[in-house]
Design a protein around this ligand. Structure first.
Ligand code: PEP
Ligand code: MN
Length: 333
């Protein structure tokens, strides 16, 4: 059960509410976010929710039977939208393209990517400066210095930045240089990281774990929301299955299903989703038709020379075709 509190609720009214919840043996968790105050209540007893709904200081009350509560669509009217400023919005009908390399590599690469994005009216650039790699000997990113350089160039060009944060300790030093924190598949259930991202007022794109169910993804999102940050996007990036004809199995079902289960924007990552360059465009189109609120895609001026994930990265010409066709599809669906 979710109880939305009026900002004007006073101490006496809170006490009366607590007494009432005590009577029916519901445990209440207070959540305060950048947008509102909630009590997330868990209990078993059947009761008439109107008896709480009509109490003073209560804005609204909803029954939510899912394991996840605040990220559920069951209580919120409409879809959530994330406003990055400068007219860049994601969700609730606002579609976002995000593109860039797997890893940030050099000033030249950043400049070339920014020029490509600007020429195609793509407002958000992706790129990793802290890279989770299977092998410790692979390129692991340029770190905070790379992020600072990228930020100075992107800001000048009016381009927003999405990049992965891997540890709680990195959050503070990165926050001023990013527009969206990405939580990678490998950290989808790093609950300490999720708790900490709940405490910053920055959008978070949360990727689905390598073998994570949708319920697990939504409960991970609940960690962020319940710690105070409502600016969350869910990302389908493929899961590991028995099929080895491609890197991951992109779960197209997840797009439509998450949109029904949650009010949060849903983003598709076709690059990691299939992991095969020549098929990335098809998965991007399918995701758009399935109802994604955005696409995050790996692009590079020379994919053959990319420091990471070149095998699933499009060159600028290939990417342009995807942006154009995705935009056309958006007009139809
Ligand atoms: C990435 O975006 O480059 C990345 C490492 O993604 P994922 O966490 O989905 O593997
Ligand atoms: Mn990658």
């Amino acid at each position: 059960m979710i109880i939305q509190l009026e900002p004007s609720i006073n101490q006496d009214q809170i006490q009366a509410l607590k007494n009432k919840l005590g009577e029916i043996k519901y445990k209440a968790n207070k959540v305060t976010t950048q947008y509102g105050d909630y009590l997330v209540c868990v209990g078993k007893k059947e009761f008439d929710i109107r008896s709480i709904g009509k109490m003073p200081g209560i804005k609204d009350i909803h029954r939510v039977s899912d394991a996840y509560k605040l990220v559920s669509k069951k209580w919120k009217v409409g879809q959530s939208m994330i406003d990055l400023g400068d007219g860049v919005k994601i969700g609730d009908g606002q579609f976002a393209l995000m593109a860039g390399p797997c890893s940030i590599e050099s000033e030249e690469q950043i400049q070339k990517t920014i020029a490509h994005l600007k020429a195609n009216n793509v407002k958000i650039m992706r790129g990793g400066v802290y890279k989770p790699r299977s092998s410790p000997y692979s390129f692991r990113g340029l770190g905070i210095e790379g992020l600072k350089l990228w930020h100075s160039l992107a800001k000048e060009a009016g381009i927003k930045i999405i990049t992965e944060v891997m540890m709680v300790e990195q959050i503070e030093s990165m926050a001023d240089y990013i527009d969206i924190f990405q939580v990678g598949a490998r950290n989808a259930q790093n609950f300490n990281l999720l708790d900490a991202l709940g405490e910053v007022d920055k959008p978070v794109l949360l990727k689905r774990g390598m073998s994570g169910t949708l319920d697990e993804l939504l409960q991970s999102a609940e960690y962020i929301f319940s710690n105070g940050n409502e600016k969350i996007m869910l990302c389908e990036r493929g899961i590991r299955t028995y099929e080895n004809a491609y890197r991951n199995t992109f779960d197209i079902n997840a797009i439509a299903t998450l949109k029904e289960k949650s009010h949060l924007p849903v983003i598709a990552d076709p690059s990691h989703g299939i992991g095969v360059r020549r098929f990335v465009d098809k998965i991007a189109y399918a995701s758009t038709v399935a109802g994604a609120d955005g696409i995050i895609m790996e692009v590079h001026h020379t994919p053959e020379k990319a420091f990471s994930d070149g095998q699933q990265t499009l060159n600028f010409q290939e990417a342009e075709e995807v942006y154009q066709k995705v935009r056309k599809l958006r007009e139809i669906f």
